[in-house]
Write a protein that binds this ligand. Structure first.
Ligand code: TPP
Length: 344
């Protein structure tokens, strides 16, 4: 793997230090949330855990950079199941993810019916996250076409893992995004954490970098960056987003990250000794003189407290009732030929 970094020592100075404290705060909130979800899965509160501890350094700057809202003039997000840092960066509250983990009726994303970290937020163009890997690269083509036709500033953003790039949906996205007749404004992201469940990426992928697929298309930029560094990530995201928004053409960005608790609860969800992006960021912030250690420690206390309080609230909330099974399944104005409540 070769990181294509462009070193700009002025990066830390060119951004308000308060911004990096905000990034740190949301990274910590995301980690506190994910560690709570893991505890919930281990104590039988919820059926399954999958999530993004280790991806915070890339995801939080991305979430903070989204043009957020509904409709074609805003960004559409086709995300995978490790994107908690993105939606928390966009301002989603931790309590809603805890609700989906416990599968309670108050879960706004799926009414207690989907796995945790499978949000759906229509008001922010966050399409439902699915557990089938890589299909999001196919749906991204649809909003990409709509936004190419509409013009304006809104773009489509899709992310997924390294292993999934071996599947056809990823390549369909590259081909459709680069059609000369209608190039698509899609920021195509691959988060490379080095594994597909338990299969090492290096055993399966002969390409040097996944971003090298961009070279197949004469005009498509592609880069591989250190997704464990929030400053490098923010810089690369800004560059890529500016290109896609202005040029209305695709960009392939690969972020190399850690995977700190393995694949999911199915593989045990135990901490593994890979580089921790939050620890490294804290070292950087203090050594650059951008933050004091006490300020950073306070972020851990405040966010842990917020997550604990949200968890206590969710524990009192009701589970869905059996009678609710047909709610939110069919659209309101449906053809009479479609099945009705109680029918099939
Ligand atoms: C279409 C499909 N095939 C297989 C699976 C089983 N599966 C779930 S996660 C996973 C590995 C995904 O690895 P990667 O794309 O690298 O993403 P990561 O989980 O590492 O973020 C697989 C094969 C699936 N969910 N969907």
């Amino acid at each position: 793997m070769q990181l294509q970094e462009r070193r700009e020592p002025s990066m830390a100075d060119s951004v308000d230090p308060q911004f990096w404290l905000l990034v740190h705060d949301i990274m910590v909130r995301t980690r506190c949330l994910e560690e709570r979800l893991i505890k919930m899965s281990k104590s039988g509160e919820g059926y399954f855990w999958i999530g993004g501890p280790g991806e915070e350094a890339f995801n939080v700057p991305l979430g903070l950079s989204i043009k957020k809202g509904a409709g074609l003039e805003n960004d559409y997000l086709h995300l995978h199941y490790r994107s908690s840092g993105i939606i928390l960066g966009m301002g989603a509250p931790v309590i809603d993810t805890i609700r989906q983990m416990r599968a309670v009726a108050t879960d706004p994303y799926s009414k207690g019916r989907n796995f945790v970290n499978h949000p759906s937020i229509p008001a922010w163009n966050v399409l439902p996250v699915y557990p089938t890997i890589e299909t999001q690269y196919a749906t991204a083509i649809g909003t990409g076409i709509a936004q190419a036709r509409a013009g304006g500033q809104g773009i489509t953003i899709v992310n997924g893992g390294d292993a999934g790039t071996a599947e056809g949906d990823f390549h369909s996205c590259l081909v459709w995004a680069n059609r000369p007749i209608l190039p698509l404004p899609i920021l195509i992201i691959v988060v490379n954490n080095g594994y597909g469940i338990s299969t090492p990426m290096r055993d399966q992928h002969g390409e040097r970098n996944i971003s090298d697929w961009a070279k197949t298309f004469p005009n498509m930029p592609g880069r591989t960056i250190d997704g464990n560094d929030p400053m490098a990530s923010y810089r690369a995201i800004q560059e890529a987003m500016t290109y896609v928004r202005k040029e209305r053409k695709p960009y392939l960005l690969e972020a190399v990250t850690s995977r700190l608790y393995g694949h999911s609860s199915s593989s045990g969800a135990n901490r593994v000794p890979e580089p921790d992006c939050i620890k490294a960021f804290e070292e950087k912030l203090t050594s650059l003189g951008l933050a004091k250690r006490e300020r950073l420690e306070m972020a851990w206390h405040t966010n842990q407290d917020e997550v604990d309080k949200a968890h206590q609230i969710v524990k009192q909330e009701p589970f869905p009732k059996a009678d609710d099974i047909w709610e939110h399944v069919f659209a309101e104005k449906i053809s009479p030929s479609y099945p009705r409540k109680g029918g099939s």
